[in-house]
Design a protein around this ligand. Sequence first.
Ligand SMILES: Cc1ncc(COP(=O)(O)O)c(C=O)c1O
Length: 454
Amino acid sequence: MQDIRVQKTFEALFALEDIREIFRGTLPTGLNETEEQEFQKKISALKKVINELESGTGKPEVFRLAGNLPVRDREESFINIQPIQAAGKLTVDARKALIAYGDGYSTCDSCKKPFRLDKITKPGIADFHSELADFLNMDEARVVPGARRGFQAVASSLLEKGDIALVSSLSHYTEFLSVENAGGIVKEVPLNENNIITAEATAEKIEAIIRETGKTPKIMMMDHFDYQLANEHEIKEISKVSHQYDIPLLYNGAYTVGVMPVDGKDLGADFVIGSGHKSMASAAPSGVLATTEEWAPVVFRTTQMKGDLTERKFGIKEVEMLGCTLMGGTLFSMMASFPAVKERVKHWDEEVDKSNYLMDRLLSISGSKVLSEYPRKHALSKIDTTDSFDTVAKSHPKRGYYLSDELSKRGIVGLFPGATRAWKLSTYGLSRDRVKYLGDSLVEIAEKYGLEVR
Ligand SMILES: Cc1ncc(COP(=O)(O)O)c(C=O)c1O
């Protein structure tokens, strides 16, 4: 770790957990003599750590948790540019919620009739569900274990064996899998020369499918910003086309919900899906599936099954949700981050601005290219440094690894080790100082290896 105080912060947190553990084992009447002694011992250990933390002294004492889990200080000791991790970093309230609600079924302390997660009022899980729907301007929302489980619920509700699902040529693999799981078939809309999915291409593809198969697709799954280039696709126009053919539109907001404003009704989405751990500052696996009044009875349909012996029925349980979904710390981390998430989406333009600043710094290094659409409309970008950083890799003893090494020496992580050609990064959530430092570091490395900087 770069700064012993980071290590000591973790050790202090762990020491507090050791103290907490005493309370978790004692009688409700209070600590007995041995426990009091244990408590005093742990307090002394904590004080020692606090002293070291304050003075920045001492040696690391805790290296691994439970013998094999290294202490993860990626977000404390480094600037992390790994694109899938940027917007899933927990807020401080989410981290506190995890401490308080990490136990298994912690959502269920006051679960009363009708016994369903989204109906729980203490704490306000029911309210959170309606706030989530409002946030996306949709009628109903459920939390799901990741965007992929949202796709799965929709695909399984709408597709029969052999049905066609239309997806983008840059769609995520989980969209494919959700269709396959439901017995459907994917058909892809091609990209235009700028790597954008247009409404026109969508209409052409639908026509072609109808001509060739005689069938109209049963669903259209479209990423607003895709995961490969984070290009913006013509989602609103695509939704219009889709509805002209009566095809419901699933809006994949894995890279939008929680980072930029998303208005489902305005976009014409029938389903809006977001990823909690990718873009809503939540623990994994978490996500949201929101829909309209029209589709809610389909995708949130309740069980109709009856036991043949016992005649048991579980009336209000929703089939696709398998009853309840996020039953502990994941949900509370989402709820705890939600106020900050609602606020941060209002500042998306600042995130885009930082992204463009960094791209400009990169482009000042001769030979570098931005593969994503440019100027950027997103914090995630794919760049090509084949004619800049990769030229150094050819003769460097560490080959392509020199770049990740140079970056990590400067406290920057998240670049795929060895990558010097096409690679992705995200500036999401980084302060201006950090983005400048990142730009300065790339330029400094370029200059160190004699690349031309304009
Ligand atoms: C575009 C896109 N859709 C869906 C997913 C799946 O999201 P989750 O991990 O929340 O299931 C991802 C992330 O991996 C993604 O990038």
